[in-house]
Write a protein that binds this ligand. Sequence first.
Ligand code: SF4
Length: 273
Amino acid sequence: MDTRLSLSQYKLATFLACQRRFQLRYLRRLPWPATPLPERTEQLLQHGQEFHQLVEQHFLGLPVTPSTIPNEQVRQWWQAFVTHSPVPELPTNTRFLPETGLTVPLGNHLLYGRFDLLVLGKDEQERPFAHVFDWKTGRPADAATLKSRWQTRLYLALLAEGGSAFWSQNGQLSPEQISLTYWYVQEPAAPVTIGYSAGEHQANWADLQQIAARLDEASAANTWPLTDDWSECRECAYQIYCGRQGAGTAVPEIDEAEEPARPDERLLLPERP
Ligand code: SF4
């Protein structure tokens, strides 16, 4: 493939769910979603984004005044965050980096992720550690489900491969010093923290390399098969391109942190099926 792709968690998950969807969405860049989301979903998405902005503001050191938060639901989420913040008290030389991105090479491509909050510091033995926090306003998931998700695997792999760059010297970051905490507004007192290890990273990185190789193969052959799993088609905006209208429809679960459309993506007109 002569195009170097920036692979996010969404692109990885899309490629594994359906290679044709990956091609239509990220290579041919057909608009997504094709149909407007229901009003309630749009609203939740917007409130989720507002909440993320408040937390970012907080970690940038800017004050947040609850009485100025216009939406009551967002106000309640903010209060839950203030009461149950999962971020512990840490030494003053700890760095708090909200909305921080990290990119590392993966085969012919780049692996990319953006953390809601990245906390960097050194432990009692002066070893560097990195702790990612991810805020969620959607339905809570258990630890096993979260651990298997691409978001988790990608974030941990990114830090294990590229996290040392955050320290100018003596900054070798080992996988055992990397962790990720999910915090749900609906279960504010029960954050889920996931650790990492060298063995897990070896297996995780091998899987990522294999996906990159499969992507190169598909691209070289220009073959993007339709998924055999028709349940994937239910939430897919491209049914008409694949003759899968018989799959039925379902509203996709939207993540408030989902990457925005590229600026020029909105201007593209749908191609004829
Ligand atoms: S409709 Fe189904 S086969 Fe077609 S792109 Fe979507 S998920 Fe893939």
